[in-house]
Design a binder for this molecule. Structure first.
Ligand code: 5RP
Length: 256
């Protein structure tokens, strides 16, 4: 695994950045989860700024970490053309900053997609969908030239599956899909009162942990009639990951 460490925390308005060094330091104080999200979002902004051109389209994910990224990239909005968003919520937040949001059908290329995750393993296979936006997230990922995942260290796991696996289903297929998921060894729970941006339902599947082959399970679940998307991002994992830890932001590439 290739791993670079970058220290990037805000201390009394002094930003400390030491790039491309493997360093472990104890900061001597506890950085809370929100500060970790801010730090990792800033690392992603710095990374993305090196990739984009004035005509670039940025793909923007969904969730609290993606929201930090949106708020930080806002001051650089003149450096790219527009964005595509993986949820109505993110689109609204982007527009609130005066950032142009295009429909995905209107663009032929997305330079880079930045999004969070609920779990990530060393292969950079992910579980996503905690915010019910998994289908649009997977679609934007498919289009993007590069998928940059950002998360705090609580999301880093050796084996996926402790976080219940979200599945988006067509409403009339909810019970059938649930029965099929039981046959695969899962314990499906309907996320009641949640309707996705696509008008569908979410089933969260418990007890898949530890997921052996995430690619095989992703494919199997995709075969169930009535499933729109499952929250495993293994067939197309992240290309790079920034992980915020108590010791700094670590950049990972997929382990073989
Ligand atoms: C939304 C997602 C999010 O990326 C995931 O839930 C992580 O969210 P957060 O950054 O709030 O922890 O997949 O569907």
């Amino acid at each position: 695994m290739r791993c670079e460490m970058m220290i990037l925390f805000s201390l009394n308005n002094h930003r400390i950045i030491l790039e491309k060094q493997v360093i472990t330091i104890t900061l001597g104080y506890f950085v809370d989860q929100n500060e970790l999200k801010q730090a990792v979002a800033q690392a992603a902004v710095d990374y993305v700024l090196e990739k984009i051109e004035p005509d670039s389209i940025l793909g923007i994910g969904t969730g609290s970490t993606a929201n930090c990224f949106i708020d930080l990239i806002a001051s650089h909005k003149h450096k790219f053309l527009a964005t595509v968003a993986s949820s109505e919520g993110s689109a609204e937040r982007l527009k609130g900053h005066g950032i142009t949001v295009y429909e995905l059908n209107a663009v032929s290329e997305v330079t880079v997609y930045v999004d969070g995750a609920d779990e990530a393993n060393p292969k950079l296979e992910l579980v996503k969908g905690g915010g019910a936006a998994l289908t649009r997230e997977k679609i934007v990922t498919a289009v993007a030239n590069e998928f940059v995942c950002i998360a705090d260290e609580s999301k880093w796991v050796e084996h996926l599956g402790k976080f219940p696996l979200p599945i988006e289903v067509i409403p009339m297929a909810r019970s059938y899909v649930s029965r099929e998921l039981v046959k695969l060894g899962g314990d499906p729970v309907w996320r009641e009162n949640v309707v996705t941006d696509n008008g569908n339902l979410i089933i969260d599947v418990h007890n898949f942990h530890p997921i052996g082959s995430a690619c095989a399970l992703e494919e199997k679940i995709n075969q169930i009639t009535g499933v729109v998307t499952n929250g495993l991002f293994a067939l197309k994992p992240a290309d790079v990951m920034f992980l915020a830890t108590q010791n700094g932001v670590v950049k990972y590439y997929p382990a073989p």
